[in-house]
Every structure is written in structure tokens, then in C-alpha cells.
Design a protein around this ligand. Structure first.
Ligand code: ADP
Ligand code: MG
Length: 255
């Protein structure tokens, strides 16, 4: 049985993300049953857990792609769960990368990256293209800026999706199994980009089954089980000395 959630402690001042007693139900199915955690600025938090434990739902509640049933989410000092909050403005501060990249097939890599800059942030075409080029270059994609997604590998497409998020200059980046849809030989190049981003001081919440990435790049790991956080601690310590039986069983399956 999963453990009961820890009592809600006050958020440390200056947290990049603070989640308190987050709950989400679909009908009678309570998928998140009281999730509480904080992420410090520049911290990299990896979220592990079996399929169906609520990882994606939790991540989507962090930028209100899903509306929490109860609880609070604070990102960069703004309480997203307050009524009347400007969700669109808040979302531009939170980048999200999914398993499936969802690029526009009829647009070049560069146009995919500049689209939201131009239409959401109202940046001029010239400035958007300058930002777009520099993000693509940073992710090793300078030479394919004019290519359409169909002419890119899966790893390149996912890197374009990451560049698209970064172009908006988010304060935090959320990754939901960003490498799960990729062929094994393409996983590395995307993890390398994520590692570089972690090293650059970006605040990140990363749902992944890549335990190697969690061990090397994460500061902290949480293990979710049946809608609750069952473990929360220092990444290496938790992974090298997994405390709970459920966590040990999970690691044995994914390693
Ligand atoms: P994970 O990402 O850990 O695999 P999810 O957050 O996707 O878990 O799902 C947790 C549970 O919530 C599952 O039982 C899933 O069926 C349910 N669920 C997720 N999204 C929806 C939805 N839109 N409607 C109904 N049930 C959902
Ligand atoms: Mg998921």
C-alpha cells in the first residue's frame, strides 16, 4: 500500500514551484490523492513511477492543462489555482515537452520554433527568427532550420520541440517521457540536450523511465505510486539505496 502523504509543510521562500495537497479526480477515479512538493530555482526534479500512477496528470496540473480538483499550484510566485489568474500569461512562463512532439508538419523547423513567439508574444518576424535560429543552433539543429518535420529524425523533431519551448524563455521546463517514443539510438541525443539544459541552471521537472539520466542529471527524485508521492529525496541517495519495497520493485523492472 502507498504511504499517506506527508503533512503539508509551508513552501520554502523563493521556490520555483510549490504544489500543495494537489488532487485530481476523473469522475469517481481519484488519480491524484494529495500531492505536495517544492522545486527550488535551478533544481532538476525527476518523477518516477509505474504507468497509471498519475505522473502525466500531475505534470499537466502544473500548467493547468488539467484543472486540479483541489489543492494549489504556485509557479514563480503566481498561484495558478487562484480564480481570475491569467492562465495564458502564466503558461508562457512554463515550457512543456511531451512524448509526441506535435510539430506542425507543413511548417519548417524554424517556423515551428517562431510560431508562438510571433503570435503569442507578438515578437517581430526578424527578432523571432533571430531567437529561433539561436535556439536551433544551441540544440545542434542550425543546419536543418528550413527542413520540415517529415525530413527530420525523431530525435531531431524532439529537439525542435524543445527549441520551440525554450524560445519562449520559460522559467521552468516540464518533460513528460520526452524520449519514450524514440528509437533507442535517438534517445541519447535528446537526453544530452536535457542534460545541457539542466547544467545551464534551468528549473526542470522531468517524468522519465531513464534511471541513468535521473542519477546523473537530477538533484531530486520523487516516486509516485497510486496518486501519492511514496518517496522524495536526493536523487543518488534514493536510487542507490531505495527505501521502500514498491520503489525497489519498480526500479528492478525499469533497470
Ligand atoms: P501516468 O502518467 O503515471 O502513466 P496518468 O496521469 O496518465 O498516469 O494517469 C493516471 C490515471 O488517470 C490512469 O488511471 C488514467 O486512466 C487516468 N486518466 C488520465 N487522464 C484521464 C482522462 N483525461 N480521463 C479519465 N481518466 C484519466
Ligand atoms: Mg504518463
Amino acid at each position: 500500500m502507498p504511504t499517506t502523504p506527508p503533512p503539508a509543510r509551508p513552501a520554502p521562500p523563493g521556490s520555483a514551484i510549490s504544489v500543495r495537497d494537489l488532487r485530481k479526480s476523473y469522475g469517481r477515479n481519484e488519480v491524484l490523492r494529495g500531492v505536495t512538493f517544492d522545486v527550488a530555482p535551478s533544481e532538476v526534479l525527476c518523477v518516477l513511477g509505474p504507468s497509471g500512477s498519475g505522473k502525466s496528470t500531475m505534470l499537466k496540473c502544473l500548467n493547468l492543462l488539467e484543472t486540479p480538483t483541489a489543492g494549489s499550484v504556485v509557479v514563480g510566485g503566481v498561484t495558478l489555482t487562484d480564480p481570475g489568474v491569467d492562465i495564458d500569461a502564466a503558461r508562457t512562463r512554463i515550457g512543456m515537452v511531451f512524448q509526441h512532439f506535435n510539430l506542425f508538419g507543413h511548417l519548417s523547423a524554424l517556423d515551428n520554433v517562431t510560431l508562438a513567439l510571433r503570435h503569442v508574444k507578438k515578437v517581430s518576424k526578424a527578432e523571432a527568427e533571430e531567437i529561433g535560429h539561436s535556439q536551433l543552433k544551441r540544440l545542434g539543429l542550425g543546419h536543418v532550420a528550413r527542413h520540415r518535420p517529415a525530413n527530420l529524425s525523431g530525435g531531431q523533431q524532439q529537439r525542435v520541440a524543445i527549441a520551440r519551448s525554450l524560445a519562449m524563455r520559460p522559467e521552468v521546463m516540464l518533460f513528460d517521457e520526452a524520449t519514450s517514443a524514440l528509437d533507442p539510438e535517438l534517445v541519447k541525443e535528446v537526453l544530452a540536450v536535457m542534460r545541457e539544459l539542466a547544467g545551464s541552471g534551468m528549473t526542470m521537472v522531468v517524468v522519465t523511465h531513464e534511471i541513468g539520466f535521473a542519477r546523473e542529471a537530477a538533484d531530486r527524485v520523487i516516486f509516485m505510486d497510486e496518486g501519492l508521492i511514496a518517496e522524495d529525496g536526493d536523487a543518488r541517495e534514493l536510487l542507490d539505496h531505495p527505501p521502500g519495497t514498491r520503489f525497489r520493485e519498480f526500479l528492478a523492472q525499469v533497470l
